[in-house]
Structures are given as C-alpha cells and as structure tokens.
Design a protein around this ligand. Structure first.
Ligand code: CNA
Length: 249
C-alpha cells in the first residue's frame, strides 16, 4: 500500500507534511478550504485549480525514485501480488513501461497513459459556461471507487506480507485495507511517522516499523535482503529506458 510519501523523494509534495505539503501551499488557488481542490463537487463548480495543479504533475516533470523501482523488483521476483496506490502522479506506471501487459497494477493501462500520467478520458462532460470539461480518470473525494479497488476482497486474505509506504492512512476506505490481511501476517510500515493502526494500542504483535525517510527505509530492507546490486542494476537500466522513451526514441 502506498501514498504520496513515496513520491516526495521525486520532488512531488504530499498532502499533509507540515510546511511542504500541498495543504499548506494552496493559497495561490484561492480555495474555500484545501481539500476542495480534490473534491468532485468543487471540481464541477471550478475545475481550474485542479487543472493548474495537475499540469504540474505532467509526465516528464518528475521521475520515479528508488521506492518505485523496489516495487518493480518485487514484481520481477514474482513476489508482488498487487500494488495499491493512492497516487495520481503516474510514477508507478512509468516504471512498468517494459511490462505493461503483465504487471498486476491496481489500475488500468491504456496506450494514452504510456508516458505515465493519469488517463484523460471523457468521463463526464461538464458544461461550464458552455465549455466541455474532460475529467481525468482519477478518483476525487466524493466519487465512487472503481470496481478494481474491490479486488482487495480476494487479494488481502492471500497476502503473507503487507508493506505500507509513505501514507498517512487518513483516507478511507483505503486506510482500512491495512486491517484486511490475516491477523498472523506481518505488516511493515516504512514512513516518516507512525500512522493508522501502527500508532494505536491495537497494533499487532507482528507489526514492524521502519521510521524515517522512505528511501532510507527501503534501502535498509533491500540491503538486508541482499538485493542492493540487483536494484541498482534495475534502476540504471529502467532510467535509461524511461529517458529515451520521454525523448521520443
Ligand atoms: P498524505 O496524507 O500527505 O501522507 C503522506 C505520508 O507520507 C505522511 O505520513 C508523511 O509523513 C509521509 N512521508 C512524506 N514524505 C516522506 C518521506 N520522504 N519518507 C517517509 N515518509 C514520508 O498522503 P496520502 O497518500 O496518505 O493521502 C492520500 C491522498 C494524497 C490521495 O488522495 C492522493 O491522491 C493524494 N496525493 C497524491 C500525490 C501524488 O500522486 N504524488 C501527491 C499529493 C497528494
């Protein structure tokens, strides 16, 4: 399970980190309150702030970091059942360019998102002063979750390890997925602060926490597993492929 914290090392601000998080830096958009920028009702009323922000996230502006490649390595080793991400930056998609058809990513792939960004589909045409607005295929606050989210019902009981990285576990129903693995299954949190069940008295005996920067945490785990060289090689090869893809070769 992942959140905005896995992309801050790529330079993309998260929501809630004090000072650097988006919620502390939205003054320019003149919003009634910070969350409005991701609310469907507000988007219908005024989509401009969302589009201004999402232009920032346009593919090519940011690159995947070691945490994304770690997920790729898990997949390569046949150890990844599925990645559940809350992120809209598309960096997970960017690392799967070579394996689009095979990666069990909890999203849908289409030729148009091959550059890694969210798909822009004609979900709903909203009539705003006579102008049709195309809504990106991401889930806003206040929208129904897509059907593929509910794969968790069969995925989570099958898991024998749950890794949670870079999320405040504040947003439901995503946050509650952490409780959907079997009680005997170890849960590893790699995050700057204690969140969700890890911060509560109902944490489980097999819970493990690597507090601090997510890249350092993942590097530590990878070192203990003896995978450092393999991850380095994967990153070098993939980064080369990504840059030549973005350059249009
Ligand atoms: P959040 O609520 O902002 O929480 C981020 C968590 O990650 C916090 O606990 C931080 O302490 C932690 N964190 C941040 N940077 C690091 C770091 N370098 N090392 C370790 N821990 C770190 O974000 P969530 O994802 O939990 O909230 C869900 C929202 C955020 C979803 O609706 C997303 O769409 C939305 N979001 C996505 C992006 C993106 O796509 N990159 C950016 C900002 C917000």
């Amino acid at each position: 399970m992942a959140g905005a914290g896995i992309s801050t090392p790529s330079g993309i601000p998260d929501f809630r980190s004090p000072g650097s998080g988006l919620y502390d830096n939205l003054q320019q958009y003149n919003l009634p309150y910070a969350e409005a920028i991701f609310e469907i009702a507000f988007f219908h009323h005024n989509p401009k702030p969302f589009f201004a922000l999402s232009k920032e996230l346009y593919p090519g502006n940011y690159q995947p970091n070691l945490t994304h490649y770690f997920v790729r390595l898990l997949h390569k080793k046949g150890l990844l059942l599925r990645m559940y991400t809350q992120n809209i930056d598309g960096l997970e998609r960017l690392i799967i360019l070579q394996h689009v058809a095979a990666f069990p990513f909890s999203g849908r792939d289409s030729p148009r998102d091959a550059r890694g960004g969210p798909r822009y589909v004609c979900h709903s045409h909203i009539n705003l002063n006579g102008v049709g607005i195309v809504k990106p295929d991401i889930i806003f606050f206040g929208e129904e979750l897509p059907l593929h989210f509910f794969k968790y019902v069969t995925d989570f009981p099958l898991a024998d390890l749950l890794i949670i990285m870079g999320t405040s576990l504040e947003v439901e129903p995503f946050a509650s997925l952490a409780g959907a693995v079997r009680a005997s299954v170890p849960r590893l949190l790699i995050n700057r602060d204690l969140v969700g069940p890890f911060a509560m008295t109902n944490s489980r005996p097999r819970d493990v926490v690597l507090l601090g920067d997510v890249v350092n945490g993942v590097q530590t785990l990878v070192r203990v597993l003896g995978w450092t060289q393999e991850l380095d090689a994967l990153m070098a090869a993939a980064a080369e492929k990504v840059s030549s893809h973005l350059a249009g070769n």
